[in-house]
Ligand binder design. Structure first.
Ligand code: ZN
Length: 420
């Protein structure tokens, strides 16, 4: 994934690799995670005490500076790299900044006499819930050599690099997921200079309609279409079935009952997590491939400013998480994010446009029809100029047109479109 970096011209890119570890290293990592979790919960407790006393907000730097004294009190903290501990403080602070924000929002609502949801403290990290820690590259604490990764205080680890790491390593996070170990590097790399969009020829400019129907993942203004990947439909059903199985296996217990869930229940849970991971990987591969194809063929992209539907919040039932619609939405979100992020590296251009009226405006005469056509009508028919066109292609053309207006201005675009 990509992130914009504050320093000019640099982009952050992350690379995730699987680690193959000896039992000893696994023990060290698990122990480090436990120490991090302990520290997180300990500092969280201190923050709660101060907050409940007189609503004092403990500052990040305060907790950071308390680390040396804490190490004297609790020598086991010394087993973990100092920067890793600092990162724990940082993560906790982030959670608390969110908490303060939510408190402020609640107070604002209450002042207006509105009902506000209760605000809870950042969560206590249960066993196994603290699943990653982060090293920062300073004074050679991270080394990558001959297919092996070295971290100070941990040692050498076998790493499977399926793709090349680029740029300069900034941080390395170790994470454990479903019993597997990974290293996630965040690297700073140079951004390509921006293309002059005015120099991009028209045949390299494309409008993409993404939220079209059950049949298509995207439709281009050229008429090209991409079918929805089959696994998205299937995945929804499979995950839903698993979730159902999971809810059946859970024994009904009172809220106070803190006993561990049954072995069988845990096994099902792990199986569900594995299935979900598999789907997520398929989704990722698909999105990567689509974005690559588009970037190889085009330089300027008009896309709608896509907002995933909020069906999740409606249904309280957990299985709603796995609905096919949600699957499509998350694949689309990922696809668009990738497209957006990738062009940051190459200097290509994505313009997001408001999708309003793109399906009820004629892409030839630009006149808007008063009513939206029904979804089942696959052909857009213009009552003004007589245009008959696939409705998604019509939308994609409108999206491109809107994007061009945003980028080049109305006059420039009118000139271009007036010439036959
Ligand atoms: Zn028309």
């Amino acid at each position: 994934m990509w992130k914009k970096n504050k320093s000019k011209g640099k982009i952050e890119k992350s690379f995730k690799y699987r680690l193959y570890l000896s039992e000893i290293i696994k023990v060290i990592i698990d122990k480090d995670l436990e120490i991090c979790r302990w520290l997180y919960n300990y500092l969280r407790e201190l923050r709660i005490i101060e907050w409940e006393k007189d609503r004092t907000e403990i500052k990040y730097t305060h907790q950071q500076n308390s680390l040396p004294d804490l190490k004297k009190l609790y020598p086991f903290l010394k087993e973990v790299q100092s920067q890793v501990l600092q990162d724990v403080v940082r993560r906790l602070d982030k959670a608390w900044q969110d908490f303060y924000k939510r408190i402020k929002r609640k107070e604002k609502l209450e002042k207006l006499g509105k009902k506000a949801k209760a605000v809870h403290y950042p969560r206590y990290k249960q066993f196994g819930r603290y699943d990653s820690f982060t090293y920062t590259q300073k004074q050679d604490r991270i080394e990558l050599k001959h297919g092996k990764l070295w971290l100070s205080k941990i040692g050498w680890m076998n790493i499977r690099k399926h793709r090349k790491l680029e740029g300069e390593i900034k941080t390395c996070s170790i994470l454990v997921k479903n019993g597997k170990y990974y290293a996630n590097f965040s690297c700073g790399i140079e951004a390509q200079p921006k293309l002059d969009t005015k120099l991009i020829s028209l045949d390299k400019q494309i409008g993409i309609d993404v939220n079209t129907s059950e049949d298509n993942f995207w439709v281009l203004d050229t008429g090209e279409k991409k079918d929805n990947p089959y696994f998205l439909e299937k995945a929804g059903d499979i995950l839903e079935a698993w979730a159902k199985k999971l809810s059946q296996k859970k024994h009904k217990r009172s809220k106070e009952d803190k006993t561990k869930s049954s072995k069988r229940h845990q096994k099902t849970k792990l199986e569900l997590a594995k299935q979900a991971e598999k789907v997520a990987n398929q989704r990722k591969d698909f999105a990567f491939k689509e974005v690559k194809w588009l970037r190889d063929n085009y330089d300027f992209f008009g896309v709608e400013n896509f907002k995933p539907s909020k069906i999740v919040e409606k249904g309280k039932g957990k299985s709603k998480w796995y609905s096919p619609k949600r699957m499509y939405d998350s694949a689309l979100s990922l696809f668009l994010k990738l497209l957006w992020d990738k062009v940051a590296e190459t200097g290509q251009k994505v313009v997001k446009v408001n999708p309003a009226y793109t399906s009820q405006t004629c892409s030839r005469c630009n006149k808007r029809h008063p009513v939206k056509q029904e979804l089942k009508d696959r052909i857009f028919i213009c009552v003004f100029c007589g245009l008959e066109l696939d409705r998604d292609v019509n939308s994609a053309r409108n999206i491109l047109y809107k994007a061009q207006i945003t980028e080049f201005g109305t006059n420039f675009v009118k000139q271009v479109h007036a010439s036959p």
